[in-house]
Design a protein around this ligand. Structure first.
Ligand SMILES: NC(=O)C1=CN([C@@H]2O[C@H](COP(=O)(O)OP(=O)(O)OC[C@H]3O[C@@H](n4cnc5c(N)ncnc54)[C@H](OP(=O)(O)O)[C@@H]3O)[C@@H](O)[C@H]2O)C=CC1
Ligand SMILES: CC(C)(CO)C(=O)C(=O)O
Length: 295
């Protein structure tokens, strides 16, 4: 990226040391790319030794929170709090729903921005990552859009653009979060349960019918929550399946690698909301239980 200083916080000391030695390698790029820009990127690590090892971290303008929802532990939230000044913004990149309420309660809504992205990335090793697909990233806050007057955000978006990420500020983040939630709540559990690629869901009338039930049930919950989803969302969902037809969805990959999935924050959140609203969403309930059983 084109910023003065960047700190990457890795999971372990081993990873941070490897990154400091080798830089980040972008696999599959036209030309070999390694981010070893001396003095610009620092690599730190999280966990046990964190308090002493990283005690110098502070004064970030923006923190990109790019972990899966189950990784947002209380410990991580406390750590984030300790690294934020009154001028720091935290940008939360998670799929699903639930994190926005929790982070808002813990960190305060005024310092929070949300990102919904269709960029694709996959970590290949401790230091290598593949950019699996170009997309668009929308960034904004939820509810009222006052923060958008902030000119620093405009510069920040320009910086992301310059680094090759198509980025836009959005005043409509609730709808964007819910639209992405709908797409993930349909494609992810079905591909994980059936162990098929995204495009395979389109090949059978049975899977299409399951997709449509999940879709209609999500719309029902969204409407009850006051979220007006776009009319064309079903067509968008089918296009995403086509455009990513050869992909293993992130949930299928998690199941294939025996990792915890984000099901609790995707279909699980919808089931919880439906229960609170006294709505029946049996297809979500069933896929939720099946993915939990697979986990
Ligand atoms: N990948 C993609 O293409 C897209 C992802 N998203 C969303 O973005 C979020 C992140 O996804 P993704 O990048 O794929 O997830 P990954 O799990 O692949 O990557 C997250 C990384 O964060 C590390 N990590 C977890 N906890 C900590 C911590 N406390 N300190 C430091 N590092 C930590 C993990 O380390 P370790 O592996 O060692 O646990 C892992 O390497 C998810 O909510 C996903 O749904 C949205 C759109 C596209
Ligand atoms: C849109 C989709 C389903 C693409 O694979 C995705 O976001 C995921 O795998 O989590």
């Amino acid at each position: 990226a084109f910023c003065e200083h960047m700190t990457v916080i890795a999971r372990s000391k081993e990873q941070a040391d490897e990154l400091a030695r080798k830089g980040i390698e972008l696999v599959g790029a036209a030309e070999p790319v390694r981010t070893t820009r001396g003095g610009v990127i620092n690599f730190h690590y999280y966990i046990e030794e964190v308090e002493t090892a990283n005690s110098a971290l502070h004064d970030f303008d923006y923190i990109f929170l790019m972990v899966k929802q189950p990784a947002i532990t209380q410990e991580l939230i406390n750590k984030l709090k300790s690294q934020m000044s009154k001028d720091t913004y935290l940008i939360s990149f998670q799929n699903g729903i639930g994190h926005e309420v929790r982070l808002g309660e813990e960190l305060g809504r005024e310092c929070l921005l949300f990102a919904v992205t269709t960029e694709g990335a996959r970590r290949e090793s401790l230091t290598a990552v593949t950019h699996t697909g170009h997309g668009v990233t929308y960034i904004g806050n939820r509810g009222d859009s006052n923060h958008f007057v902030n000119s620093t955000h405009i510069l920040f978006v320009k910086m992301l653009e310059k680094a090759g990420f198509q980025t836009m500020m959005s005043k409509n983040m609730d709808v964007r979060i819910w639209s992405k939630l709908t797409i993930n709540a349909v494609i992810n559990p079905l591909t994980a349960i059936l162990r098929v690629k995204n495009g395979d869901l389109l090949l059978s009338a049975w899977t299409r019918s399951l997709m449509n039930s999940l879709y209609q049930e999500t719309r029902m919950v969204a409407t009850a929550k006051g979220i007006i989803l776009p009319d064309e969302l079903w067509d968008t969902l089918l296009s995403v399946c086509e455009a990513t037809s050869l992909n293993h969805s992130s949930m299928l990959q998690d199941i294939e690698h025996s990792r915890r999935t984000e099901i609790d924050h995707i279909n699980g959140s919808l089931v919880k909301m439906a229960n609170e609203l006294n709505l029946q969403i049996p297809t979500h309930q069933t896929v939720y239980q099946l993915v939990k059983a697979l986990e």
